[in-house]
Design a protein around this ligand. Structure first.
Ligand SMILES: Cc1cc2nc3c(=O)[nH]c(=O)nc-3n(C[C@H](O)[C@H](O)[C@H](O)COP(=O)(O)O)c2cc1C
Length: 159
């Protein structure tokens, strides 16, 4: 399968998890659409604040390339912000071309809660006509590691 992994990350945990999953997908071609906040902490917060206020001008050009057409499966990973994904999740789903009819997997990273975030993500993805075939939450208060991500990737790799 050709797999596109789409993720947003501010402190690197979701990126690390996405890469852990990808490392196990040895039977498949994996590409990424990453949205990573970079810079010092205060700069990251300012960038996040723009996204949370629906200002995506910094990544407008990237959004133009967000197209599910050439992929069999789209994996979407997000942090958890108060039982929901960040607002950029909705924007990504709204902007993704040719998503209708595709298979999708959603995953979230969290520190202590956030179970409802996956329900939110699943409903949004299905609202765009894609089919959610699996989901996972990677929750660790401190060091997240990649053990569970690799385990999830291994299961997917064998399917
Ligand atoms: C604004 C904000 C809100 C958050 N809210 C929650 C939350 O409600 N529940 C939770 O478990 N973690 C929460 N977290 C922690 C993140 O979801 C968690 O650390 C995530 O893995 C970060 O992903 P990242 O490193 O890819 O940015 C929050 C973090 C931030 C910055």
């Amino acid at each position: 399968m050709r797999i596109l992994i789409v993720y947003f990350t501010m402190s690197g945990r979701t990126k690390k998890t996405a890469e852990g999953i990808a490392s196990a997908l040895t039977n498949h071609d994996v590409s990424y659409f990453p949205v990573e906040l970079t810079g010092k902490f205060i700069e990251k917060i300012k960038k996040l604040d723009k996204f949370e206020n629906n200002d995506y001008s910094a990544i407008e050009a990237d959004f133009e390339t967000l197209d599910a057409l050439n992929y069999d499966l789209i994996i979407i990973g997000m942090p958890t912000y108060g039982n929901k994904p960040p607002k950029i999740f909705d924007e990504i789903i709204n902007r993704m071309k040719n998503f209708d009819g595709k298979k999708a997997i959603v995953f979230s990273t969290a520190r202590f809660s956030g179970g409802k975030s996956l329900d939110y993500m699943k409903a949004k993805v299905e609202g765009q006509g894609a089919q959610v075939i699996d989901q996972a939450r990677f929750r660790k208060v401190l060091w997240i590691g990649v053990k569970n991500a690799i385990k999830f990737g291994n299961q997917l790799n064998e399917k």
